[in-house]
Design a binder for this molecule. Structure first.
Ligand SMILES: NC(=O)c1ccc[n+]([C@@H]2O[C@H](COP(=O)([O-])OP(=O)(O)OC[C@H]3O[C@@H](n4cnc5c(N)ncnc54)[C@H](OP(=O)(O)O)[C@@H]3O)[C@@H](O)[C@H]2O)c1
Length: 360
């Protein structure tokens, strides 16, 4: 009897280890194994490259679903690079200018932020960014410009799957999340939303996030994330949700560096994106004229803005500078042709003043 039971248990165990393929709408497949015991080689994801997925490994920690990509074909650990590789699991690839999110999707490393850009100014800024090769756009319900962004995307003629759009729902919407998500989908009118964030912590944030999870299941939202979530907030939030956030967007610039928060988030396999890279309007001049940054810019024959963006990339942080000036927009994309030395990175790291420029 005991022997029989042991055999049944062994068979059950083996069944749980067998990968079950799930077919994705775009032709790819995801293999799912029910039993997970290690953060490696647990689930495999294989899809067509067109789909925006990558070959990778899916992991599950404490019931939270995480996709993690295989890094064998990438050169994250190049000896010549100054990128901080102490964290594992995020394929932040400066060469391809893309990061593979834990949702399996790829996202560009640089984009355009659209806070305070409205109406025609916003439409023109986003059109100009798309013309300059920018493929990542950050917006929010709060910015009141989702319609203009959707129109600029549709008018661009660029295939939808080449553009990555992030929008956010605001705490004032958290008690009616379905309505908020439907509104964003309607205003953007671009078939699906690449990533939706909760704008900052607030009442009902868990239930709002769970509603967004349902839209991931239906494919109308592809990846989820949070904005203005720090260590304590993440510690409280993560055990209560089912889909691991793919991204956290927080204030990050040389005067507010979040040097403790960034590695914490990255070690969870979550990509960090920085807002106010130039300090935000009203603060940009002080930052862009900082002696150290200007000196480093002169070393490389680039602008202070480009140095700040590059410093972010080399810390594994995605950048979304805001601009309505086509020259600046173009300049802000040109951040891949030089590399800051270790000493230069240290010099900028030393500028930290823990000086927050906004309240959340
Ligand atoms: N999640 C959140 O809570 C949150 C909060 C704030 C912002 N954000 C996001 O982060 C994005 C970035 O922040 P932000 O746009 O407010 O501030 P920012 O990117 O730090 O600064 C924007 C300012 O920098 C100037 N600028 C841009 N490129 C420049 C260049 N190459 N040389 C000189 N000046 C340049 C812009 O002026 P010109 O127009 O003249 O170029 C604008 O005045 C926002 O747009 C938004 O998408 C998110």
């Amino acid at each position: 009897m005991k022997k029989k039971l042991i055999i049944i248990l062994i068979v059950l165990f083996l069944i749980l280890l067998v990968p079950i393929p799930f077919h994705l709408k775009d032709g790819g497949t995801v293999e799912y194994r029910a039993l997970t015991y290690q953060i490696s080689n647990v689930h495999k994801i294989n899809t067509s490259s067109k789909s925006g997925y990558d070959t990778g490994v899916i992991i599950k920690i404490l019931g939270i679903k995480v996709f993690d990509s295989v890094k064998e074909s990438k050169n994250m650990n190049k000896e010549s690079s100054n990128i901080d590789n102490s964290y594992q699991g995020i394929d932040f690839d400066i060469d391809s200018k893309q990061v593979t999110l834990n949702s399996g999707y790829k996202m560009p490393l640089n984009g355009i932020g659209t806070y305070s850009l409205t109406g025609d100014t916003c439409y023109k800024a986003v059109s100009s960014a798309l013309d300059s090769g920018v493929r990542l756009i950050d917006t929010a319900y709060m910015y009141g410009n989702e319609e203009e962004i959707g129109k600029a995307i549709r008018d661009s003629g660029i295939p939808r799957n080449e553009i990555f759009v992030i929008t956010k729902i605001y705490p004032s919407q958290f008690d009616r999340p379905k309505e908020a998500i439907e509104l964003a989908l309607k205003k953007l009118d671009i078939d699906y939303i690449d990533m939706m964030l909760l704008h900052h912590p607030g009442e009902n944030d868990i239930s709002a996030y769970k509603e967004m999870e349902k839209y991931v299941e239906s494919g109308k939202i592809r990846s989820l994330g949070l904005s203005n979530w720090y260590v304590k907030e993440l510690e409280e939030f993560l055990p209560q949700i089912n889909i691991m956030p793919a991204l956290v967007q927080n204030e990050i610039h040389p005067y507010y560096q979040e040097n403790d928060v960034i590695p914490y988030i990255q070690n969870l396999g979550i990509v960090v994106q920085g807002w106010y890279p130039f300090g935000g309007r009203g603060h940009t001049s002080e930052l862009l004229n900082n002696e150290t940054i200007v000196k480093i810019a002169n070393n490389h024959n680039v602008s202070a803005a480009q140095v700040i963006l590059r410093w972010n990339l080399q810390k594994g942080v995605v950048v979304i500078p805001g601009s309505s000036n086509p020259e600046h927009i173009k300049e802000n994309t040109d951040i891949y042709g030089f590399e800051l030395t270790e000493d230069e990175m240290k010099e900028i790291n030393a500028l930290d003043r823990n000086e927050k420029h906004d309240w959340y």
